[in-house]
Design a binder for this molecule. Structure first.
Ligand code: HEM
Ligand SMILES: *[C@@H]1O[C@H](CO)[C@@H](O)[C@H](O)[C@H]1NC(C)=O
Length: 333
């Protein structure tokens, strides 16, 4: 090879290398993934609007905050935080909301109020997946929980995962091994799981999810004082599906996200079998005790676990879409 062609060869090599770097840069620009304050240029008021809407809704209906918190689990733990949870049934597909694992979920129509308020300011910019996660974050604060800084930039999926719910979401009577395994698959460790179940410090559980611990005979692991209350609230072995019969998850401070849940479950007042197992299983019990003693430790682990959950496998960049309405995928022309 002559020196001229050698030079040409190197010049070409350098050119192609720099070209590849340029393209890599471009790719990153198109898809930064999840980042803090993703909407700072495209909709700087987005997070304030969501916070204000969550606050207004909470003033009218306190239980909206329970729903925003539960939504993070039910959307993000099922493959991806992509707001698939919010899609209504269509002629061809069943909504996740209709499945038994979503039993008792409520307030979905108020998510549309938040979305509409954001759309009025910045139409077509902010995803329902981000609204779901941020309303969860602000709901946690409304309930007296910690403020958790969370990234944004999620985009919305187009399909329901109704048929996959059981594969991802544990049942109320699941064994602790299965529960730990399901969460570990998305990077949440044992203290993280113990902290997340602290969400059952607020809200309610319907009798249908509890009667197997009361009838035909009472689960001897239950605190007798609590049994009396549960039997009073759930007087029928087969609850009338139309009657709204439920027990509050934490009788002491039912509206506050606090570590009272851990004291309850250590006192055998856990409502669901999974709550009870958490306080008994030797893998989780040490963390339950620690969280029962320290609200600060509970909040620290809760914040860490919510962050991981909220970043589970999101659609970013040009994947997915920005839904116009949270309950329906956009029409394709
Ligand atoms: C092993 C995991 C879990 C199981 C089996 C489970 C199951 C349930 C069940 C059966 C209910 C009662 C629904 C009803 O009867 O109305 C419930 C309520 C609730 N769950 Fe969970 N859950 C789990 C984890 C979580 C996590 C990780 C969160 C949030 C981070 C969460 C948040 C809530 C909230 C806030 C409520 C009360 C909802 C309301 O009152 O509207 N749960 N859960
Ligand atoms: C859990 O409870 C459901 C009813 O909600 C029941 O069908 C199922 O068999 C129970 N599973 C176990 C493992 O006991």
């Amino acid at each position: 090879m002559g020196s001229k062609s050698l030079f040409l060869f190197f010049a070409l090599l350098c050119f192609s290398v720099s070209l590849r770097f340029a393209f890599a840069d471009n790719d990153e620009e198109a898809d930064p993934g999840l980042v803090m304050n993703f909407y700072k240029d495209t909709c700087p008021q987005a997070e304030d609007i969501i916070r204000e809407q969550v606050r207004l809704l909470y003033k009218r209906h306190k239980n909206t905050a329970f729903s925003w918190l539960r939504n993070i689990f039910h959307d993000c733990a099922v493959e991806s935080c992509d707001a698939s949870l919010l899609l209504d049934s269509t002629r061809r597909t069943l909504s996740e909301k209709e499945m038994d694992r979503s039993f008792g979920m409520r307030n979905f129509r108020y998510i549309e109020d938040i979305k509409e308020a954001v759309e009025r300011e910045c139409p077509g910019v902010v995803s329902c997946a981000d609204i779901l996660v941020l309303s969860g974050r602000d709901g946690i604060v409304a309930l007296g929980g910690p403020y958790i800084p969370l990234k944004t930039g999620r985009r919305d999926g187009r399909k329901s995962r109704a048929e996959l719910l059981e594969q991802y979401l544990p049942d109320h009577n699941e064994s602790m091994s299965v529960v730990l395994e399901r969460f570990s698959a998305i990077g949440i460790d044992t203290p993280g799981v113990v902290a997340l179940l602290g969400a059952h410090s607020v809200g309610r559980t319907h009798c249908v999810k509890l009667v197997h611990r009361l009838y035909p005979e009472v689960d001897s692991a239950l605190n007798p004082q609590h049994v009396e209350h549960m039997l009073h609230k759930c007087p029928d072995a087969i609850p009338d599906p139309k009657a709204v019969q439920y027990v509050r998850n934490d009788r002491g401070t039912p509206m506050v996200l606090d570590n009272n849940y851990y004291r309850n479950i250590l006192d055998n007042k856990g409502l669901m079998l999974v709550d009870h197992q958490l306080a008994v299983d030797k893998r989780t019990k040490p963390f339950v005790k620690k969280m029962a003693k320290s609200q600060g430790y509970f909040f620290k682990e809760f914040s860490r676990a919510i962050t991981i959950l909220s970043e589970n496998n999101p659609l970013t960049g040009t994947k997915g879409e920005i839904r116009k309405q949270c309950n329906v995928a956009n029409k394709h022309h």
